[in-house]
Design a protein around this ligand. Structure first.
Ligand code: FEO
Ligand code: CA
Ligand code: CA
Length: 662
């Protein structure tokens, strides 16, 4: 989503920053160099014109093969850049196909109904591909790179783009009416995840509708709460006296696939789904304040008491977790793994450390919140899948402290250690995990500029942290790891764990890239000089590392107004002289954000998720007014008058086959 207040209720658009300073009022120190020159729109426009003149061509190195270019100290990526810009369609680099694989509403089962936007029902939606695809993962079947399970998160819903007749114009301004219970039920069925078998036939990916593992997970799917917080009184509700059974998952943003082939769905902005009020002296009041609960963006609490905190005060404690799903068993009960903490989890990408323990990297996507990692107690057994299935129930959760001198520490969130004691309100490890953010506060973790994806790179041994933006950071709050005040465009940090050990508790770090237009001095962007006018970007969000160890970054928040371009997928060099060179490989239609991305193990396919297309377009002269169901800024990808815009997953392949960008 665009910012930490993800459920963007109409008429807000992705151009608008949510109000508020985040929910971290702890006094953790901020210090360091000050970059306080304010980015102004006037300067941006001047800069755009300037960069057009000075960098209109693609670097000659970009046209070499990757190997030759690398040998010449150039980019590891070989493709001709896409022209940055804004229009109604997607664009991929020349010589590549970007084929629509799954659209919102596509049937996922042999007996599922075809999509009918004028007759949407929860029953149909629960058998069809959900809304706002975000994380995309691939679990090979039989070890094949051309046959497997695609796992996709459906993060949230945009009612004004989904339902006819919901929006009216009043004095030229748009107003959204209340949702019916039927529409709320469709929303709940459009959330969650999809597991679907896919196969590549004659170079093209196909959905296998009768795949034995095909499954939809929704807000109504029964789940189990496991790990140290399971069964705690703070997780008990009227419907669940055990504190171990919860119905559904929501706001599943990014995620992961574990080394043992399970599907991870990270619960991000759960606060928006709760309405009602708690008394100020309620025992959960401080906890909920730290997470912004309740925000009341969704209307579900009008029909379902559990989403109203005045009626079911403990329900929000049952969201904000990392969910693990055995995608190979469609009858399996997904598990909320409390050992990994409760935050607004962006994702949970993992890697096996030298000692066999499995390390999960976790970003908490809110202004001034933290980067975490989790190290399992047990070790991964590549020969016995069953032995790995509960590895996520025991381990150590750490929060990152980035020092000014380029070193860092991973501080353990372990009850009884340091300040994590009853005196500070933590009576058990369950309390530490339920209030993970507050535990990070008292440990003195570093307040970051909205941590999104955190991705380990098994080839170069580094870890990449996407920090998407934080316009609320004041000049006196900058620190070395968050070096820009009013950070509108975000940055990327590269971590080197001590001795190359992902399980280490210390390491070093540096800023790989400060994002934004490099031709505008006030922005302070640090793309390499090889980066063209198309190659720079703002607001890094998701990322992927391909099997060659190359970094790909996707974005959320670029627009005509913000950067003169849509979001997209950029190839970012991390090695040698080409370090911090970026090139645009794919861009999304107007109003969309770029999610995924995911490379198949053979690097021949990149799956990308186009999320919330047509959510915006006022700032683009191809539309120039609010976008809603009856007056959409794009009807991508079908471009039919009777079909609304549809978030979709695309498969990008090289024409004629072969590895991407080689
Ligand atoms: Fe849902 Fe942090 O993006
Ligand atoms: Ca996002
Ligand atoms: Ca995201």
């Amino acid at each position: 989503m665009t910012d930490e207040h993800c459920p963007k209720m109409f008429p807000t658009t992705q151009l608008e920053e949510a109000d508020g300073d985040g929910h971290n009022s702890s006094a953790n120190a901020t210090m360091g160099e000050i970059i306080s020159r304010r980015f102004s729109r006037r300067n941006f426009l001047q800069g755009s014109l300037a960069v057009s003149a000075i960098a209109a061509t693609v670097s000659p190195l970009a046209l070499m093969t990757a190997e030759k270019a690398r040998a010449a100290g150039g980019s590891a990526f070989s493709f001709t850049e896409v022209e940055a810009g804004v229009d109604a369609n997607h664009h991929v680099a020349e010589g590549y196909d970007a084929d629509v694989l799954l659209r919102w509403g596509d049937p996922l089962f042999a007996d599922a109904p075809e999509f009918d936007p004028t007759n949407q029902t929860a029953e149909a939606q629960a058998r069809q591909f959900g809304y706002n695809n975000d994380y995309v993962g691939f679990i090979p079947l039989d070890g094949a790179a051309d046959h497997g399970l695609l796992v996709v998160n459906h993060e949230y819903t945009n009612p004004h783009l989904m339902f006819p007749g919901l929006v009216t114009l009043v004095d030229g301004k748009v107003e959204q009416g209340p949702l019916s219970k039927d529409q709320v039920d469709v929303e709940m069925a459009a959330h969650g995840g999809t597991i679907v078998e896919i196969r590549r036939v004659d170079g093209k990916w196909q959905v296998v509708r009768d795949g034995a593992n095909n499954r939809r997970i929704t807000v109504n799917t029964e789940m189990q709460i496991t790990g140290p917080a399971a069964g705690h009184d703070r997780l008990k509700t009227a419907a669940d006296a055990t504190g171990t059974q919860v119905i559904g998952t929501l706001n599943n943003c990014a995620g992961g696939v574990t080394p043992w082939g399970t599907y991870i769905m990270a619960e991000e902005n759960f606060h928006g789904y709760f309405m009602g009020e708690l008394p100020a002296d309620h025992p959960e009041a401080v906890n909920y304040e730290r997470y912004g609960v309740p925000e009341g963006s969704y209307e579900w609490g009008r029909f379902y008491d559990r989403f109203d905190v005045s009626k079911e005060p403990n329900e929000p404690n049952r969201f904000g977790w990392v969910v693990e799903v055995d995608a190979m068993d469609p009858t399996s009960t997904p598990k909320k793994r409390t050992a990994l903490g409760r935050t607004k989890h962006e994702g949970a990408e993992s890697i096996v450390a030298k000692n066999g323990k499995v390390v999960f990297y976790l970003g908490d996507d809110e202004r001034f919140d933290y980067v975490y990692k989790f190290v399992t107690d047990g070790t991964y057994n590549p020969d016995d899948r069953a032995a790995n299935m509960d590895l996520l129930d025991a381990g150590t959760l750490y929060v990152a402290k980035f020092e000014e001198d380029g070193t860092m520490e991973w501080l353990p969130l372990v009850h009884g250690q340091g300040p994590l004691t009853e005196a500070n309100g933590f009576a058990s490890q369950a309390d530490v995990l339920i209030e993970t953010r507050r535990a990070g506060d008292v440990l003195g973790a570093t307040k970051m500029d909205r941590p999104e994806d955190v991705e380990p790179n098994g080839v170069n041994g580094k870890v990449y942290v996407m920090l998407t933006n934080n316009t609320k950071r004041k000049a006196d709050q900058v620190n070395a790891a968050n070096p820009r005040a009013e950070n509108a465009f975000g940055h990327i940090i590269e971590i080197s764990e001590a001795e190359g050990d992902f399980a280490a508790t210390s390491g070093t770090w540096e800023v790989l890239l400060k994002c934004g237009d490099p031709s505008v001095a006030e922005v302070g962007a640090t793309f390499s000089t090889e980066t063209t006018k198309n190659g720079w970007f703002g607001m890094p969000d998701n990322c992927a590392v391909d099997s060659a160890g190359r970094l790909w970054v996707s974005t959320d928040g670029n627009s005509n107004k913000a950067t003169g371009r849509t979001d997209g997928l950029w190839a970012v060099d991390t090695e040698g002289d080409a370090r911090a060179t970026s090139k645009l490989f794919f861009r999304v239609p107007v109003g969309a954000e770029m999610c995924g991305p995911l490379f198949t193990p053979d690097d021949e396919t990149a799956f990308v998720a186009v999320q919330h297309p047509a959510d915006g377009g006022e700032d683009w002269d191809g539309h120039g007014r609010p976008s809603y169901y009856e007056d959409l800024s794009t009807r991508w990808p079908d471009f039919k008058d009777d079909m609304p815009v549809r978030p979709s997953v695309l498969a990008i392949t090289k024409v004629g086959g072969g590895k991407i960008a080689v």
